[in-house]
Ligand binder design. Structure first.
Ligand SMILES: Cc1ncc(COP(=O)(O)O)c(C=O)c1O
Length: 399
């Protein structure tokens, strides 16, 4: 008999954390490795937000916070949802947690009975599948294609729904593909959802401010406000406000769901770090000029990396409309032989080969759609240029 529960054998360690750890290990051994594996902006937390955190510490706002989050932050979240998304929520319909990841976990934990299904379009952010499995639900992965721009089609959604379906997870813009669901795509999905009232929508909007080429973000609730009673809006501070280490995210949804998520959180982690929450108030109520500047920088990097990757024989990449990743097809590398005589048979093997050639990236297998690898362009342009040069040189050595 083993001490560790059976369900632990069904879940994997977060892939980007594994690749990042391996890259760090190699660097410590003196290898020259560029990591394009991180899912976090390389910019510092904006200064006015940093200062609000420091002020909270000095003012002694360091006690246990209320479980669902401090009221000023939940009020600021409601103002933000109204101002930016035209959504009407009250603080009792909002929960603050230690990151969007925890919000998603809480939601799945309080809604899934064993065998309940969660539809997850691939490629996906890995935690959706692993958290569903941890909560004894069944992840139903629905693949999208590069040709369709990695967008879930209404036909595929319809075909995946069963009486056991509890959730559809929509991540818009998407990690890892950068795909953005526009009004028409959302309308088509909403039409399907209307025919299946048992299906709830978890709308992970964490990259909403990272949409390029002047396009604007739309939520499923923009096109289908009638789905509000079965939608959980998930968002956080990690990406827009460069606050990955502050661990702060939130969910807004029907009261019964938020109440149960709060109950669950009360017996697990309690309220999120109070210092982070006060910083979160400053973030949401503060000037958003920095986000506009960051978006412009990310767009420049995106253009650079897509151009470079597209010029490498054997790789295919579409221009992502959002987030800070390019999902690169390496289908044409599969079956090729490395200088060491190894035949590349999967994207993890391609990623390992590229890591040995000096660039760390997460393989598509971790996102449920192969053969691809994800390039994170949350690094400066000089580093990106050098990484692309190394990837190109490594591909050229394959026979
Ligand atoms: C799509 C998506 N949702 C949620 C998260 C988690 O964010 P947080 O840091 O708020 O837990 C990430 C982080 O990579 C993400 O890519």
């Amino acid at each position: 008999m083993t001490m560790i529960a059976e369900h632990m054998s069904c879940i994997k360690q977060s892939a980007s954390s594994v690749v990042s750890a391996r890259a760090t290990e190699l660097k410590q051994q003196g290898k020259d490795i560029i990591s394009l594996s991180a899912g976090e902006p390389d910019f510092p937390t904006p200064q006015h937000v940093q200062l609000a955190g420091i002020r909270a510490i000095v003012e002694g706002k360091t006690k246990y916070p209320p479980i669902p989050g401090i009221l000023p932050l939940r009020e600021a979240i409601c103002r933000k949802l109204k101002r930016e998304n035209d959504m009407d929520y009250t603080p009792d319909r909002v929960i603050v947690s230690a990151g969007a990841k925890q919000v998603i976990f809480n939601a799945l934990a309080v809604t899934l009975d064993p065998g309940d299904e969660v539809i997850i379009p691939a490629p996906y952010f890995g935690c959706y599948v692993e958290e569903t499995a941890l909560c004894k639900g069944v992840p139903v992965v629905v693949e999208t294609t590069q040709e369709e721009g990695f967008r879930l089609s209404p036909e595929r959604l319809e075909a995946a729904i069963t009486p056991k379906t509890k959730w559809l997870i929509l991540n818009n813009p998407n990690n890892p593909s950068g795909a953005v669901l526009g009004l028409d795509a959302l309308k088509a999905l909403a039409e399907v959802l209307r025919r299946h009232p048992q299906v709830w929508v978890l709308s992970d909007d964490i990259y909403e401010h990272l949409i390029f080429d002047g396009k604007v973000f739309h939520s499923i609730l923009d096109v289908a406000p009638d789905l509000k009673d079965r939608t959980l809006v998930v968002n956080g501070f990690s990406k827009t406000f460069c606050m990955t280490g502050w661990r702060l995210g939130y969910g807004a949804g029907p009261q019964v769901l938020i109440k149960n998520m709060t109950k669950y959180q009360s017996q697990s982690t309690s309220g999120a770090c109070q210092v982070s929450q006060w910083a979160g108030v400053a973030a949401l109520d503060g000037d958003m000029g920095f986000a506009v500047r960051q978006r412009a920088i990310f767009q420049e990097r995106r253009d650079l990396v897509v151009k470079r990757i597209q010029a490498i024989p054997g790789l295919k990449a579409e221009t992502p409309e959002g987030a800070f990743y390019v999902y690169v097809s390496c289908a044409d590398l599969i079956g090729k032989t490395t200088p060491d005589g190894e035949v590349l048979s999967s994207d993890p093997e391609v990623a390992t080969y590229l890591l040995n050639e000096g660039v760390a990236m997460v393989p598509g297998a971790a996102f449920g759609l192969s053969p691809f690898f994800r390039v994170s362009f949350a690094v400066d342009t000089k580093t990106l240029e050098e990484a692309c040069r190394r990837i190109g040189a490594a591909c050229a050595k394959l026979t």
